[in-house]
Design a binder for this molecule. Structure first.
Ligand code: NAD
Length: 477
């Protein structure tokens, strides 16, 4: 089947290359010329495990093409995926500008029947809006009778495991409009995804609006689990319990399950923060309120500060003359995505308070360099006090503490002897609960996790060691 994919970002590239791998002929279009040129040269502009070989193989086999011209993508296509960004507006609602621009451009060029698939995460009613734009554009060209149907097929991939998620999905949600084209559209989508349904039927068919809302419901549910565990962790800290034991204790209950129960530095990334806010906005626009989602978001905002708060509790508010080693910058392992990464908040807070930061991430260094330069641009001398270095051990040299932000596998079993030797004072503040508090205590390394049993004792030690209690004048944001 001939398929067009509009948008060559995380979702567009995974969709395009996986559909090509399934034997379809796919043209992936992006308006970003540089990105398309890189892709044509076999260079993948994002980090996603396995994606580069998938793209290179399918491009070589002439099943996957890249273009900046929409007309090339539309040529012979039966299905067109919209996989462009839906960034947040100022008020938290999803910005549909890119999605509607694609609809207008398609309406101006289309000459044959087409199934238009909304893969971008979009608020309820967007498929109907896109259908309206297409109908109006086609009618203006005298092509009002063309069979064009807009459907919803939200994407549930996880960055870092996106190819596996696409090729072995838990489910494929497809929302169809009612009407005369529904059966034909269903047949087209059944054929498109046939190889993913061979083992058992994974497609969950529903109406358009339910499909659109299902995507937000999934992300809101996962975000809620994370905020719930972060609240539990904060209480565990206060009462001297260990949130990791609690996680295992409740995760083994089949009604609860083990996923998304890790306490940490709060959720980030391109989806959870923006999608929870957009969901709240949708409820408001309908005169309602998502009280649970609002609480989830509030807890997350507070949790983002957990590492900087720990640093301030230990060292005081004036961090001038101190240096912090940071392990991990991407919002999670196996990606270079820095969108809403907790490391950004932490680094800004440390730099604002006068500290020096030396950081390392196994893959996100280039992406981090660009966003952190922006984040620190308003702090005098800010960017000069941040050093991004190419290996995890040299960041430790002479640092006053190691802060673990992203749980890359490389950081799971470090040489604690080396850490102890390299740090000016042996202190690890572990935002991902990677290490055993007891073992580190025995090694003589002060350790703080998130909601670990010994946090109370360490906090009182830390308070005794506190240097300067007052925040300096420059710590204003
Ligand atoms: P992205 O920012 O990585 O990529 C979007 C791409 O679309 C960019 O390359 C941009 O140049 C291109 N684009 C924008 N307007 C265009 C236009 N008019 N014509 C052609 N190309 C255009 O975004 P992403 O992370 O792939 O997300 C895309 C959508 O999928 C969003 O709605 C997002 O919420 C959703 N989503 C993302 C993930 C994820 O993990 N990243 C997971 C599920 C759903």
């Amino acid at each position: 089947m001939k398929v067009a994919v509009i948008g060559a970002g995380y979702v567009g590239l995974v969709t395009a290359s996986c559909l090509a791998e399934l034997g379809h002929e796919v043209v992936c279009m992006d308006r970003d010329l540089r990105r398309v040129e890189l892709l044509r040269a076999g260079v993948v502009p994002i980090y996603e495990p396995g994606l580069d070989s998938l793209i290179q193989r399918n491009a070589q086999d002439q099943r996957l093409f890249f273009t900046t011209r929409l007309a090339d993508a539309l040529e012979g296509a039966e299905v067109l995926f919209i996989a462009v960004g839906t960034p947040p507006c100022e008020d938290g609602s999803a910005d549909l500008g890119h999605v509607l621009a694609v609809a207008r451009q398609v309406a101006a060029l289309l000459t044959r029947p087409l199934v238009v698939v909304n893969k971008s995460t979009v608020p309820v009613g967007t498929a109907e809006q896109v259908q309206g734009v297409l109908n109006a554009g086609l009618a203006a060209r005298g092509l009002g009778g063309l069979a064009v149907t807009v459907i919803s097929n939200p994407e549930f991939l996880k960055e870092g495991a996106a190819i596996d998620d696409f090729m072995r999905p838990d489910r494929i949600v497809i929302g169809l409009p009612s009407g005369p084209l529904a059966e034909r559209t269903r047949a087209v989508m059944t054929q498109l995804y046939a190889s993913l349904n061979r083992h058992h039927e994974r497609t969950v068919w529903m109406d358009l609006r339910s499909a659109e809302l299902t995507k937000y419901a999934a992300n809101a549910m996962l975000a809620t689990r994370i905020s719930f565990m972060n609240e539990m962790a904060n209480l565990a800290d206060l009462v001297g319990a260990d949130v990791d034991a609690i996680r295992r204790g409740i995760g083994s209950d089949t009604r609860i399950g083990p996923s998304f129960l890790y306490a940490g530095t709060g959720y980030g990334g391109s989806c959870f923060p923006k999608d929870t806010r957009a969901l709240m906005k949708t409820a408001q626009q309908h005169g309602s309120q998502m009280q649970l989602v609002e609480a989830t978001e509030r807890v997350n905002q507070a949790q983002r500060q957990v590492l900087s708060r720990r640093v301030i509790e230990h060292f005081g508010g004036d961090l001038r003359g101190l240096r912090f080693a940071v392990w991990g910058l991407a919002f999670k392992p196996q990606t270079d995505d820095m969108r809403e990464a907790p490391s950004r908040h932490l680094i800004r807070q440390l730099i604002l308070r006068g500290a020096e930061v030396v950081a390392h991430d196994p893959v996100a260094m280039d992406a981090a360099r660009a966003v952190l330069a922006d984040d620190l641009a308003d702090i005098p001398d800010g960017i000069a006090r941040l050093k991004l270095v190419g290996d995890a051990t040299s960041v430790l040299d002479g640092a006053d503490a190691l802060l673990v932000v992203t749980e890359w596998k490389q950081f799971h079993n470090p040489d604690f002897g080396l850490i102890q030797e390299s740090l000016r004072q042996p202190l690890i503040i572990d935002g991902r609960n990677l290490y055993d508090p007891q073992a580190l205590q025995e090694l003589g390394i002060a350790y703080q996790g998130i909601g670990r049993r010994n946090a109370l004792a360490l906090r009182s030690q830390a308070q005794a060691a506190r240097r300067v209690p007052a925040a300096p004048a420059l710590a204003t944001a």
